[in-house]
Design a protein around this ligand. Structure first.
Ligand code: C2E
Ligand code: MG
Ligand code: MG
Length: 745
């Protein structure tokens, strides 16, 4: 460019030269020149003015050029800091311009790119070279293309480059020039990669839905839906998996807010899997910008298991899991509701307990027990029909609530229940006879609240059990009468001991094969001077309740053992005497010293003493184990009375020093009375023998029972069939007669 100063000088010289030329012309041709001179002066004035204008414009131009240069420098600086490089190739002149930013991007010197114009391509990460194919084709058609690829810098570092190529093509289709803008996008790519892997690997379901179509879904989402791959799901309508009410609801909620992209909404709904199954999900939804448009993003998880557990917990809170019947909680809730809303009506509460269920459970196993309970539940529902609510309280106890029911109706239902139990329960081709004992209380006569009604129905149930089981009993509120009788009995009992109203009877026990006496059981007898005979079943529980059994029990032990000593002295040597001992007696810490002293004082070997304990002793197993072991150490024999009616389990018994189990009379009765023909007796004998106990059957009344028992390897028996309990004298006569087996046939 022409320098500014020179231009001004040139213009000034030109001006003075013109001035001199005019003055000279004026001297040589004064007339002629005058008019020309005027024109020339005007021209000169214009010239001077324009010179000044030009001068001014040039100055302005200078300023602009300066600014342009400054801006250019600024731009260069910006490019330098932005990690941007520009590659500009003018094909016509074959001139290449590369901005210095390329050095920062690629790590190579700028000269390297001028020297080798293919260098940019050579450093591309081999796996990314494929992008160039598509790029080349598009550029050839004159289309701008944005490509992303990785390059390897000389120090080995891998960077991501975004390359925006813009070609210019002339009419002939030849390249005129080509410009490319190159960015380093490594940071963005890395964070994108990080987020992408977070999304892909997330165990939560992540999906994007635009316009009702699934635009994106991660692997967890595919798995949830039951699809093999993302391609199977992407592009499908969300309504293929979720009901349209739900998709509409989500859409309307997420777009209803002003805070798009930030406010999220929670939903729980069902998803239909590709296999047709339904699952429960919990999802958070909000809007996001996805490829430039507002779409719905959902993030959530499968909560099917949680829902199921919640339902199970709910169910367990109100239903019995084994039978599916309402449980205690629901029953109580229901009863209270009825007492609250129908207080003017009469309602019945039926308490039902299964007789001898425990023994089936123990001998046949819990699986059989559970099946029986389920069948019992079904039969109860059948008997009650829609007249009331059948519930299981736990164990083998059931309570039925008959709404708006008088005594007569309750009685009808109770009979129907008993009738339902008249046929055996068949489990794994075995038949079980299970009978219920039923107690009934009536609202409002027998109680006005839940507690009283249940308690009184329970009491009535025990009365039913006392009345021989398999029956029903209404609660009798004649409590005054009962307590008066009990008080009277207690008084009598205290005096009975002092006045020696009690005696002992003795019932022999036999070897079932040989008919030999192998034992004798001492049984208490009480004849009240005024009242007459009072059965042990009547007064023993009261003696236990009042603690009178402790002195009474000691008296029995001593009397019976002394009697046994007398018989031994009389020559009857070979059998022990069995004496019943109540649990209450074991609570007396004196029991052990008492027994050992007694044995000493009576002067008979401990092996002659057999103690009959009941299964209720097992309730305090730790304590019982200690005492029983101490008794065993003394040499005393131990047998479990009424086996099968209480709460013991054979598996407990095997850890105790037990010698013998006495099968309860009710099982022995089954041999002849039920079609299952003594199956329980057989099971008890088998199990007892397996555990190395001797087994004795009590309450034998018929020959058929004897035959059955011998056939099934039961060794010992006792019962009216052989002999009723006898006074000491009668028993001696019995002994004297000799146990002639022939007599027993
Ligand atoms: P338990 O120890 O099981 O005694 C057997 C009961 O069955 C006795 O009744 C006996 O008379 C009766 N019995 C024996 N064979 C037959 C039979 O073939 N048919 C029938 N129907 N009954 C038979 P008992 O004497 O009335 O005693 C009842 C219960 O009272 C005893 O049952 C026992 O638990 C208790 N008890 C009796 N004496 C005593 C005692 O001295 N001390 C304690 N603690 N309890 C006793
Ligand atoms: Mg007994
Ligand atoms: Mg018994």
């Amino acid at each position: 460019m022409v320098k500014k100063g020179n231009l001004y000088m040139l213009l000034l010289i030109l001006f003075f030269f013109l001035l001199a030329a005019f003055e000279a012309a004026d001297i040589v041709f004064p007339e002629m020149i005058h008019s020309i001179k005027i024109v020339s002066y005007i021209t000169l004035t214009i010239y001077i003015a324009s010179t000044f204008i030009i001068f001014f414009l040039l100055k302005e131009y200078d300023k602009k050029a300066d600014e342009f240069q400054k801006n250019q420098k600024k731009m260069e600086n910006i490019f330098d800091t932005l990690d941007v490089a520009i590659w500009s190739h003018d094909m016509k002149n074959d001139s290449l311009l590369i901005t210095p930013g390329i050095e920062k991007l690629y790590g190579y010197k700028m000269e390297n790119f001028y020297e080798d114009t293919n260098l940019w391509k050579e450093v591309i990460y081999p796996e990314d070279l494929y992008v160039l194919e598509d790029r080349g084709q598009k550029l050839a058609m004159g289309q701008p293309v944005t490509s992303q690829y990785r390059i390897i810098r000389p120090d080995g570092e891998v960077r991501w480059i975004q390359d925006r190529g813009i070609p210019t093509i002339d009419q002939k289709g030849d390249f005129v020039d080509f410009n490319s803008v190159l960015f380093d996008i490594t940071d963005r790519k890395e964070s994108e990669g990080l987020y992408q892997s977070l999304v892909e690997m997330s165990p939560d379901i992540i999906a994007v839905v635009y316009n009702g179509k699934i635009e994106y879904i991660n692997e967890a989402g595919c798995k949830l839906i039951g699809a093999d791959c993302q391609a199977e799901v992407i592009g499908q309508s969300a309504k293929n998996f979720v009901s349209s009410q739900i998709t509409d609801l989500i859409k309307s909620r997420v777009f209803s807010t002003d805070k798009l992209e930030t406010e999220r909404f929670l939903f729980e709904f069902q998803v239909r899997r590709t296999d047709g199954e339904s699952i429960e999900v919990e999802m958070a939804a909000r809007t996001i910008l996805y490829e430039g448009r507002f779409a719905v993003q959902v993030v959530g998880r499968d909560i099917t298991q949680r829902k199921k557990s919640e339902q199970t917990i709910k169910f367990m809170a109100y239903y019995d899991t084994l039978t599916g019947l309402p449980n205690r909680n629901q029953f109580r809730y229901h009863l209270n509701e009825i007492l609250h809303h129908q207080e003017n009506k009469t309602h019945a509460v039926i308490f039902l307990d299964l007789d001898r269920f425990k023994i089936i459970n123990d001998t046949k196993g819990h699986t059989v027990g559970d099946i029986i309970l389920q069948k019992v539940a079904a039969r109860l529902e059948n008997a009650v029909q829609n007249e009331g609510l059948v519930s299981r309280q736990g164990g083998d106890e059931f309570i039925i609530l008959l709404e708006d029911s008088e005594k007569e109706n309750a009685s009808r239902v109770a009979k129907r229940i008993l009738n339902e139990f008249s046929t055996p329960f068949e489990v794994y081709s075995d038949e079980f006879y299970v009978t219920p004992s039923i107690g009934i209380s009536i609202y409002p006569t027998d109680g006005t609240d839940e507690e009283a009604l249940i308690k009184n129905a329970d009491t009535a149930m025990y009365q039913a059990k006392d009345h021989g089981k398999n029956t029903y009993q209404f609660y009798s509120n004649n409590l005054d009468g009962i307590s008066t009788w009990k008080m009277k009995l207690e008084n009598w009992l205290r005096r009975a001991l002092e006045q020696e109203q009690m005696t002992l009877h003795y019932q022999p026990q036999f070897d079932l094969r040989t008919g030999q006496i192998v034992g004798v059981e001492a049984l208490i007898r009480w004849t009240h001077p005024e009242y007459g005979y009072i059965a042990p079943a009547e007064f023993i529980p009261l003696a236990e309740e009042t603690g009178l059994i402790v002195p009474l029990g000691k008296w029995i032990l001593r009397r019976a053992f002394e009697q046994r000593k007398a018989w031994k002295d009389a020559g009857y040597e070979d059998f022990p005497i069995a004496i019943n001992v109540s649990v209450r007696q074991f609570q007396d810490e004196n029991i052990l010293p008492f027994i050992s002293e007694m044995i000493e004082e009576v002067g008979l070997e401990a092996s002659y003493l057999e103690l009959e304990i009941t299964e209720s002793l097992m309730q305090n197993l730790d304590n019982s184990t200690i005492i029983l072991n101490q008794l065993k150490d003394l040499g005393v024999q131990l047998s479990v009375d009424d086996f099968g009616t209480g709460y013991s389990s054979l598996s407990y018994l095997k850890h105790l020093p037990i010698d013998k189990i006495k099968i309860d009379k009710s099982f022995v009765d089954d041999i002849i009375s039920h079609s299952n023909k003594g199956m329980m007796v057989k099971t008890i004998i088998d199990m007892g023998m397996n555990l190395k106990f001797s087994v004795i059957a009590e309450g034998i009344e018929t020959e058929e029972q004897v035959k059955f028992l011998t056939r099934n390897a039961c060794q010992i028996g006792q019962g009216y069939y052989y002999s009723e309990p006898l006074s000491a004298e009668k028993f001696e006569e019995f002994l004297l007669k000799g146990n002639d087996p022939a007599q027993l046939e």
